[in-house]
Design a binder for this molecule. Structure first.
Ligand SMILES: *Cc1c(COP(=O)(O)O)cnc(C)c1O
Length: 212
Protein backbone atom coordinates (compact mmCIF):
# COMPACT_ATOMS: atom_id res chain seq x y z
CA UNK A 1 0.00 0.00 0.00
CA UNK A 2 2.69 2.49 1.04
CA UNK A 3 4.88 1.62 -1.94
CA UNK A 4 1.96 2.07 -4.36
CA UNK A 5 0.97 5.39 -2.81
CA UNK A 6 4.51 6.60 -2.93
CA UNK A 7 5.16 5.60 -6.52
CA UNK A 8 1.92 7.10 -7.74
CA UNK A 9 2.59 10.26 -5.82
CA UNK A 10 6.19 10.65 -6.95
CA UNK A 11 5.51 10.02 -10.59
CA UNK A 12 3.11 12.98 -10.60
CA UNK A 13 5.63 15.42 -9.12
CA UNK A 14 7.67 17.84 -11.23
CA UNK A 15 11.40 16.99 -11.35
CA UNK A 16 12.53 19.96 -9.30
CA UNK A 17 10.33 19.10 -6.33
CA UNK A 18 11.79 17.00 -3.53
CA UNK A 19 9.37 14.87 -1.56
CA UNK A 20 10.00 14.57 2.15
CA UNK A 21 8.01 11.60 3.45
CA UNK A 22 6.66 12.67 6.83
CA UNK A 23 6.71 9.50 8.89
CA UNK A 24 5.96 10.83 12.40
CA UNK A 25 4.00 8.36 14.57
CA UNK A 26 4.44 5.63 11.95
CA UNK A 27 6.25 2.39 12.83
CA UNK A 28 9.70 1.44 11.53
CA UNK A 29 8.15 -1.14 9.16
CA UNK A 30 6.23 1.60 7.35
CA UNK A 31 9.41 3.61 6.83
CA UNK A 32 11.24 0.50 5.68
CA UNK A 33 8.57 -0.11 3.07
CA UNK A 34 8.94 3.43 1.78
CA UNK A 35 12.73 3.12 1.81
CA UNK A 36 12.56 -0.11 -0.17
CA UNK A 37 10.42 1.74 -2.70
CA UNK A 38 13.28 4.21 -3.16
CA UNK A 39 12.38 6.96 -0.70
CA UNK A 40 15.47 8.52 0.94
CA UNK A 41 14.13 11.73 2.50
CA UNK A 42 12.14 11.31 5.70
CA UNK A 43 10.69 13.94 8.03
CA UNK A 44 10.00 13.68 11.74
CA UNK A 45 8.83 16.23 14.27
CA UNK A 46 10.11 14.81 17.56
CA UNK A 47 13.75 14.44 18.51
CA UNK A 48 13.43 11.18 20.41
CA UNK A 49 11.46 9.48 17.64
CA UNK A 50 13.84 10.83 15.01
CA UNK A 51 16.87 9.41 16.86
CA UNK A 52 15.23 6.05 17.42
CA UNK A 53 14.30 5.68 13.75
CA UNK A 54 17.68 6.89 12.48
CA UNK A 55 19.35 4.28 14.66
CA UNK A 56 17.12 1.50 13.31
CA UNK A 57 17.15 2.34 9.60
CA UNK A 58 19.76 2.46 6.80
CA UNK A 59 22.40 5.18 7.00
CA UNK A 60 21.83 6.62 3.53
CA UNK A 61 18.50 8.12 4.64
CA UNK A 62 18.43 11.92 4.81
CA UNK A 63 16.62 12.90 8.01
CA UNK A 64 14.60 16.11 8.08
CA UNK A 65 13.67 17.70 11.39
CA UNK A 66 10.39 19.48 10.66
CA UNK A 67 8.91 20.05 14.14
CA UNK A 68 9.55 22.61 16.84
CA UNK A 69 13.07 22.06 18.15
CA UNK A 70 14.10 22.86 21.70
CA UNK A 71 17.64 24.11 22.14
CA UNK A 72 18.52 21.52 24.77
CA UNK A 73 17.72 18.73 22.30
CA UNK A 74 19.82 19.89 19.36
CA UNK A 75 22.78 17.85 20.58
CA UNK A 76 20.95 14.58 20.01
CA UNK A 77 20.34 15.13 16.31
CA UNK A 78 23.47 17.18 15.48
CA UNK A 79 25.62 14.14 14.61
CA UNK A 80 23.42 12.99 11.74
CA UNK A 81 20.49 15.28 10.84
CA UNK A 82 20.31 16.20 7.15
CA UNK A 83 18.18 19.33 7.17
CA UNK A 84 16.49 21.26 9.99
CA UNK A 85 13.38 22.98 8.60
CA UNK A 86 12.20 24.49 11.86
CA UNK A 87 14.73 27.16 12.83
CA UNK A 88 12.50 29.71 14.49
CA UNK A 89 14.95 31.90 16.43
CA UNK A 90 18.51 33.20 16.38
CA UNK A 91 19.21 31.46 19.70
CA UNK A 92 18.25 28.11 18.20
CA UNK A 93 20.45 28.75 15.16
CA UNK A 94 23.37 29.59 17.45
CA UNK A 95 22.89 26.36 19.37
CA UNK A 96 22.78 24.35 16.13
CA UNK A 97 26.01 26.08 15.09
CA UNK A 98 27.65 25.12 18.39
CA UNK A 99 26.58 21.48 18.27
CA UNK A 100 27.50 21.21 14.59
CA UNK A 101 31.00 22.45 15.41
CA UNK A 102 31.35 19.82 18.14
CA UNK A 103 30.55 17.20 15.51
CA UNK A 104 32.81 18.74 12.89
CA UNK A 105 29.84 19.32 10.64
CA UNK A 106 28.06 22.07 8.80
CA UNK A 107 24.34 21.55 9.33
CA UNK A 108 21.89 22.62 6.64
CA UNK A 109 18.97 24.68 7.97
CA UNK A 110 15.85 26.46 6.79
CA UNK A 111 14.38 29.49 8.52
CA UNK A 112 10.78 28.76 9.43
CA UNK A 113 8.61 31.77 8.70
CA UNK A 114 5.25 32.20 10.39
CA UNK A 115 3.04 32.69 7.34
CA UNK A 116 -0.24 31.49 8.85
CA UNK A 117 -2.56 33.84 10.65
CA UNK A 118 -2.82 31.45 13.61
CA UNK A 119 -0.86 32.19 16.74
CA UNK A 120 -0.29 28.47 17.37
CA UNK A 121 2.13 27.96 14.50
CA UNK A 122 5.82 28.32 15.27
CA UNK A 123 8.15 30.40 13.19
CA UNK A 124 9.68 33.85 12.95
CA UNK A 125 8.27 36.85 11.17
CA UNK A 126 9.84 38.31 8.03
CA UNK A 127 11.66 41.07 9.92
CA UNK A 128 13.33 38.64 12.30
CA UNK A 129 14.40 36.54 9.32
CA UNK A 130 15.93 39.56 7.57
CA UNK A 131 18.00 40.38 10.63
CA UNK A 132 19.40 36.86 10.72
CA UNK A 133 19.99 36.61 6.98
CA UNK A 134 21.77 39.95 6.76
CA UNK A 135 23.78 39.81 9.98
CA UNK A 136 24.57 36.29 11.04
CA UNK A 137 27.40 34.40 9.50
CA UNK A 138 27.76 31.29 11.61
CA UNK A 139 30.47 28.96 10.30
CA UNK A 140 28.84 25.62 11.11
CA UNK A 141 25.35 26.22 9.81
CA UNK A 142 24.34 26.70 6.20
CA UNK A 143 21.00 28.38 5.62
CA UNK A 144 19.56 26.81 2.48
CA UNK A 145 16.23 28.62 2.31
CA UNK A 146 12.87 28.87 3.99
CA UNK A 147 10.02 26.79 5.36
CA UNK A 148 6.43 27.77 5.96
CA UNK A 149 3.11 26.23 6.95
CA UNK A 150 -0.04 27.81 5.62
CA UNK A 151 -3.14 28.46 7.70
CA UNK A 152 -5.39 25.52 8.45
CA UNK A 153 -8.37 26.73 6.48
CA UNK A 154 -10.71 25.80 3.65
CA UNK A 155 -9.99 29.18 2.09
CA UNK A 156 -7.71 28.26 -0.84
CA UNK A 157 -7.02 31.83 -1.84
CA UNK A 158 -5.76 32.63 1.64
CA UNK A 159 -3.42 29.62 1.54
CA UNK A 160 -2.24 30.68 -1.90
CA UNK A 161 -1.59 34.24 -0.72
CA UNK A 162 0.54 32.94 2.15
CA UNK A 163 2.56 30.69 -0.16
CA UNK A 164 3.04 33.37 -2.82
CA UNK A 165 4.25 35.87 -0.24
CA UNK A 166 6.79 33.39 1.12
CA UNK A 167 7.97 32.60 -2.40
CA UNK A 168 8.41 36.29 -3.17
CA UNK A 169 10.54 36.72 -0.06
CA UNK A 170 12.53 33.60 -0.99
CA UNK A 171 13.21 35.00 -4.47
CA UNK A 172 14.52 38.26 -3.00
CA UNK A 173 17.38 36.46 -1.30
CA UNK A 174 17.76 33.28 -3.32
CA UNK A 175 20.68 34.28 -5.52
CA UNK A 176 22.69 36.47 -3.10
CA UNK A 177 22.36 33.92 -0.30
CA UNK A 178 22.75 30.93 -2.62
CA UNK A 179 19.56 29.36 -1.39
CA UNK A 180 18.09 26.33 -3.10
CA UNK A 181 15.22 25.18 -0.89
CA UNK A 182 11.71 26.47 -0.37
CA UNK A 183 9.87 23.97 1.84
CA UNK A 184 6.14 24.45 1.67
CA UNK A 185 3.17 22.18 1.07
CA UNK A 186 1.67 19.22 2.94
CA UNK A 187 -0.92 16.56 2.06
CA UNK A 188 -3.77 19.04 1.82
CA UNK A 189 -2.06 21.89 0.00
CA UNK A 190 1.02 20.57 -1.84
CA UNK A 191 -0.37 21.32 -5.31
CA UNK A 192 -1.07 24.90 -4.38
CA UNK A 193 2.41 25.10 -2.87
CA UNK A 194 4.10 23.74 -6.00
CA UNK A 195 2.11 26.12 -8.19
CA UNK A 196 3.33 28.91 -5.91
CA UNK A 197 7.01 27.99 -6.30
CA UNK A 198 7.73 25.35 -3.67
CA UNK A 199 10.53 22.88 -4.43
CA UNK A 200 10.24 20.75 -1.30
CA UNK A 201 6.99 19.31 0.00
CA UNK A 202 6.46 17.55 3.32
CA UNK A 203 3.80 14.90 2.90
CA UNK A 204 2.64 12.44 5.54
CA UNK A 205 -0.92 11.16 5.49
CA UNK A 206 -1.11 11.00 1.69
CA UNK A 207 1.66 8.41 1.75
CA UNK A 208 1.35 6.60 5.04
CA UNK A 209 -2.37 6.99 5.71
CA UNK A 210 -4.06 9.02 8.44
CA UNK A 211 -2.37 9.36 11.82
CA UNK A 212 -4.18 8.43 15.03
C1 LIG B 1 2.85 16.53 10.11
C2 LIG B 1 3.55 17.58 9.31
C3 LIG B 1 3.51 17.54 7.90
C4 LIG B 1 2.75 16.50 7.08
O1 LIG B 1 1.38 16.57 7.30
P1 LIG B 1 0.35 15.75 6.35
O2 LIG B 1 -0.87 16.58 6.39
O3 LIG B 1 0.17 14.43 7.01
O4 LIG B 1 0.93 15.64 5.02
C5 LIG B 1 4.21 18.52 7.21
N1 LIG B 1 4.91 19.47 7.85
C6 LIG B 1 4.97 19.53 9.20
C7 LIG B 1 5.77 20.62 9.82
C8 LIG B 1 4.30 18.60 9.97
O5 LIG B 1 4.36 18.68 11.30
Amino acid sequence: MIAENLNAFRSALPDQVTLVAVSKTKPIEALKEAYDAGQLDFGENKVQELCMKAEALPKDIRWHMIGHLQRNKVKYIAPFVGLIHSVDSLRLLQEINKQAAKNNRIIDCLLQIRIADESTKFGMNYDEAILIIENEKLPNVSIKGLMGMASFTENRSQIQDEFVKLHTFYQEYRSTEQWDTLSMGMSGDFQLAIDSGSNMIRVGSRIFGARN
